[in-house]
Design a protein around this ligand. Sequence first.
Ligand code: ADP
Length: 853
Amino acid sequence: MKSLSPIEMRHVEKHKFSLVLLFYLFGVVRSQVSPGVCRYPLGMSGGQIQDEDISASSQWSESTAARYGRLDFEEGDGAWCPEIIVEPDSLKEFLQIDLRSLHFITLVGTQGRHAGGIGNEFAQMYKIKYSRDGSRWISWRNRQGRQVIEGNRNAYDIVLKDLEPPIIARFVRFMPMTDHSMNVCMRVELYGCEWLDGLVSYNAPAGQHMTFEGLQVHLNDSVYDGAMGYSMTEGLGQLTDGMAGLDDFTLSHVYSVWPGYDYVGWSNESLPDDYVEIMFEFDRIRNFTTMKVHCNNMFTRSVKMFRQVVCYFRSESDWEPTPVTFSPVMDDVNPSARFVIVSLHNHMASAIKCQYYFADTWMMFSEITFQSDTAMYNTTLAPPDTDPPTSTQPDDDPTHKVDDSNTRILIGCLVAIIFILVAIIVIILWRQVWQKMLEKSETFPYNNNSSSNHSSSSSEQESNSTYERIFPLGADYQEPSRLLRKLPEFSQVMEEADGTSTAPKSPPVSMQEGVPHYAEADIVNLQGVTGSNTYAAPAVTMDLLSGKDVAVEEFPRKLLTFKEKLGEGQFGEVHLCEVEGMQEFMNEDFSFDTNPNMPVLVAVKMLRADANKNARNDFLKEIKIMSRLKDPNIVHLLGVCVCCDPLCMITEYMENGDLNQFLSRHEPEGQVAPLSTAPTIRYNNLHYMVTQIASGMKYLSSLNFVHRDLATRNCLVGKNYTIKIADFGMSRNLYSGDYYRIQGRAVLPIRWMSWESILLGKFTTASDVWAFGVTLWETLTLCKEQPYSQLSDEQVIENTGEFFRDQKRQIYLPQPAICPDPIYKLMLSCWQRNAKERPSFQNIYHTLLECQV
Ligand code: ADP
């Protein structure tokens, strides 16, 4: 039963700083944007986009100003609303976001104004305009040329729309539209990543038309966003949309478009100079290392990559006299499309003009990207003397030579970083040892007479607890951002998250001193919407800091008698205590299954003495959440001691501890090794236990609660295989919408998490269903190994990427030996890529009942 305490979170934040530094110095430069991965929220909901960067054409009132147009936010009156009613066909109103630098934007999200049920305004449709310089505005169109995007159907659901094609912009405007006059309000988010190429436009001759075996092949740049005439000027388009064309240029990745869609192509018959000249303009002067050109090479159809390229550089106003010239080795054997990589020899420029010479009648390009600035660090991954400075290769993995001075700089940086890291670790270790020494001198807190001896003995038993608190995460919890960073493909996503690449922005929420981590933020709002019914939980006005007016009775702590230590959790120790007269404190609807005159055993979870204000708030929040949950399969909160320190929560005692430890001790019946003395457990009992977990989760999901950390370690086992779900340290109430999005990042149980929780920070009931599938798997393997035990944490994250890409390369947990086929089918359904296709807990519960043997 481990989840992270705020103290532990803070350690992670500290380590994060050094990691950020490390990765920044290593200049994680990706060769090109990968639209499939570049889908990270750019900071409307997370707060990284500042209020002053959000503006609007008008506002209804101060409390519906542009700054309230943040997706998933409820501040002000709950959204941005323009001053006047939006009329059909009027496009006067807009909400504008300034991202402060160029971004590659792949996805947009919109939501209406709900304001706790008071609001009901939303945009049924909208258009998007964008700009790279703030003066020339371009209307976004989809690949079929349509501008209107379907928006929201109610005030609370978030609707996400892929931008196909993606846009490269600094400024984005959302322009609400309706089919009849109505009040419209919007909350929005942009998703993508920073556009590190810095390319702001390319100018080229217009792509041409080819007739090939009766087929009309249109090789124009159909998504070019500049001016189009005989030539294309001041725009970006298909050459920068992140989509490399197929080997056969007549086919396309994109559904229902014309032959030749992915390529821009030219014939030498219409270009007498025998070359195509393309001019590239950049945002500033950059130090260029390489250019990658994705070329078609279907030589059987008279299409070949270029035979030579000559590039000129302009840094101020004049073009440098000496160009870079490069001739790739022609390939008349392999007709695959490929990236041709051209070394630009660290030329400094803000514009590059390249002349690509024809090798055959036709030349077709689908992508051109540039690597610049920090790219020199990137290359050290390749052995210095193995790669030619320039090469052609069918895949997109460029490597090139590093000069010696760069290597020396890198080694110097590495040594410095190692020193800094060692120093940080030593300081943290020293602080922990010091705190532990202080802790040892504390006295035991229930009642002075019975337990003061215990305090010292219990901390002595925990001789390694100092170590545990510095590296407290355990094998089940990982910081996804750290792991994502290690994967080059995801690194840019994480750069965005950390804001390391956007200097003017503030640090992410989770890294700001004094700003609560998402897990500490007060989101315990018990109003929600379930289908069409709005329910309201009984109002409880607990003052989190003083601990007054708790829904559960204050229990006189002197009646608790310590028996033994049950375990240690995120907040402190959990003790088994005996208590007399407990029944008198309880409502009639709760009874202990012991003789009413006998003392009862209870579990007492205590907040550790050195807990800071945030840990204290979290502890009180867990109490607040638990006090409202009443279900036979949810652990029951019996009482609290919050009037004075240390804070305690008293829950029913589950004599068999947590399910993970319980199952690990058992062997499945009929499969016991000859000399084993391990107790056995029947499949029926396992089935009974998972059915109870499903039942408890059914109850939680009916309240729109998301547990976020469902696993066997967080379920408790009582008598006769009864199960109760516990550990609400990470759970959150879902406010009416589809999901709760984390605003920072935490150390999270990645092996239990859905792909969208890891990659998009989305925690929903559907992601709880995913975790249930893993919990079911754990139970039926009797927790003998960790999920995906053969995969490292990095590989688990890679596998998450495979779930996201859905190209049938994802690895699923295997069918446990004792798992019947229908149950494995159920398990697999919990891991559907599309969250909507996963079963509800209601369905899961009924399926389990039906499959009972
Ligand atoms: P945290 O939520 O802070 O991580 P836990 O609730 O997980 O702390 O408690 C730590 C350990 O204490 C658990 O793994 C379990 O073994 C034991 N424990 C906690 N609550 C109970 C309980 N009600 N009955 C029996 N054992 C318990």
